[in-house]
Design a protein around this ligand. Structure first.
Ligand code: GZL
Length: 323
C-alpha cells in the first residue's frame, strides 16, 4: 500500500476516533436561540422543570440562555430585557405572578420576538403580549383535590369536615386557580367548613410555619389540610406529628405536584391524595419554539394530561417520578 494510502487510513481512523466523521453528530450550528427566565428554585417541582428544559434544549439542538430569577419579578423582567437586547429567536418564561408584565412584553413585541409562557400565565388588558401558554390546568387540579375530599367524606361518613388551606405564592396562577377550583367544587356541600387559608409561598419552611400557626389556633378541630404543593406539605407534616396527630389518619392531607418524596410518603399513608402537576414541559416548549421559528401557527394553550394519586388506589404501580 502506498504511503499516501497508509496516511489516509491513519487520518480516517483519527477522525473516527474523534467522532468528526460521525454522520449522526448534532448540527454544529444551533437551530435556534431560546431565552428562558425561570422564576426560582423554590421546590423539587421547579428544579425538575429547569432540569427538563435544559435536557430537552440539548436533545433538540437548541441553544438555551437560562436565567434564574430567585423568586423576584424584577429579576425576571431584567432577564427578558437581556434576551431582547441579545435578539434571541424566542423568549419563554414562567411568570412568578400574573400582573406587571405589560411594559417588557410590549418591548419584546416591538422587537419582533415571540413570547411563550411556560407553567404559569399573566393577566393583562392586552391579548397580544404572548403567543401561547404551555402549562397545567390549575383550576382542574383544585377541582380534582376537592372531588377526592368529597369521596373521602362519603367514606368517612362525617357530617362536617373542618378544612385549612395552605396556599402557594400570592397572585400566582397556581395559587389563584388551585384555590378557586377547590372552593368552587366544595361550595354547596354543607359538610365542608373552611376554617382559614394561609399563604405558604410554595416554600417548605413557610409550610411548616403555616402549620404551626394553624395547629396553635385550631388544634384538633382541623380535619383536612389542603396544601397547594408538596414542598409546603413536606414542611407541614413534621409539625402535625410534633403536635401529637397522625397525618393521613387524624387529619386528611391533600397535596399537589407528585414529586418522588411526596409520593413515597403517600405510599406510607401519611398523605391521602396527591394531584399530579408535571414539570416535564421541555419537549413541548422546544417543539413550540421550533414551530415559531419556522413561522408556523401554534395552539394558544397546551395542558399536559395529569393524574390523581390517592389512598383509593393500588399505589405500588406508580412509575419513578423523575423530580
Ligand atoms: C405549578 C408550579 C408550582 C408548583 C410548585 O405548575 O408553578 O410552582 O406546584 C412550584 O411546586 O413552586
Amino acid at each position: 500500500m502506498k504511503k499516501t494510502g497508509k496516511l489516509m487510513v491513519i487520518l480516517g481512523l483519527c477522525l473516527m476516533l474523534t467522532g468528526c466523521t460521525d454522520s449522526t453528530q448534532k448540527s454544529a450550528e444551533p437551530q435556534l436561540l431560546l431565552g428562558f427566565s425561570q422564576l426560582g428554585s423554590e421546590s423539587s417541582w421547579r428544579i425538575g422543570n429547569t432540569r427538563d428544559i435544559e435536557e430537552k434544549a440539548d436533545e433538540y439542538g437548541i441553544s438555551l440562555m437560562m436565567e434564574n430569577a430567585n423568586q423576584k419579578q424584577e429579576n425576571q423582567i431584567a432577564a427578558l430585557r437581556r434576551f431582547i437586547a441579545y435578539q434571541v429567536d424566542v423568549i419563554a418564561f414562567s411568570p412568578i405572578v400574573e400582573e406587571g408584565w405589560d411594559h417588557v412584553l410590549e418591548e419584546a413585541r416591538r422587537a419582533g420576538i415571540p413570547v411563550v409562557l411556560v407553567d404559569r400565565t399573566i393577566r393583562s388588558e392586552k391579548d397580544d403580549l404572548y403567543v401561547c401558554l404551555i402549562g397545567a390546568d390549575f383550576y382542574q387540579e383544585g377541582v380534582s383535590a376537592a372531588e377526592y375530599l368529597l369521596r373521602k367524606a362519603d367514606r368517612l361518613g362525617k357530617d362536617e369536615l373542618h378544612i385549612v388551606e395552605i396556599t402557594g405564592t400570592e397572585d400566582s396562577t397556581p395559587m389563584r386557580q388551585r384555590h378557586a377550583g377547590f372552593m368552587d367544587r366544595i361550595a354547596g356541600d354543607r359538610r365542608m367548613q373552611v376554617l382559614e387559608s394561609v399563604n405558604g409561598d410554595f416554600l417548605k419552611s413557610r409550610g411548616a410555619e403555616c402549620m404551626r400557626y394553624l395547629l396553635e389556633k385550631y388544634g384538633d378541630e382541623i380535619d383536612v389540610i389542603y396544601s397547594h404543593n408538596d414542598e409546603m406539605t413536606l414542611g407541614a407534616l413534621p409539625e402535625i406529628e410534633k403536635a401529637g396527630f397522625e397525618p393521613g389518619k387524624d387529619m386528611v392531607i391533600i397535596s399537589i405536584d407528585g414529586g418522588q418524596e411526596a409520593i413515597d410518603i403517600l405510599k406510607a399513608g401519611k398523605i391521602n391524595c396527591i394531584v399530579e402537576c408535571t414539570p416535564m414541559l421541555g419537549s413541548t416548549l422546544m417543539e413550540t419554539a421550533l414551530a415559531l421559528k419556522a413561522g408556523k401557527q401554534v395552539k394558544k394553550e397546551t395542558h399536559p394530561v395529569e393524574k390523581v394519586f390517592s389512598d383509593e388506589q393500588d399505589l405500588s404501580q406508580i412509575e419513578p417520578r423523575g423530580y
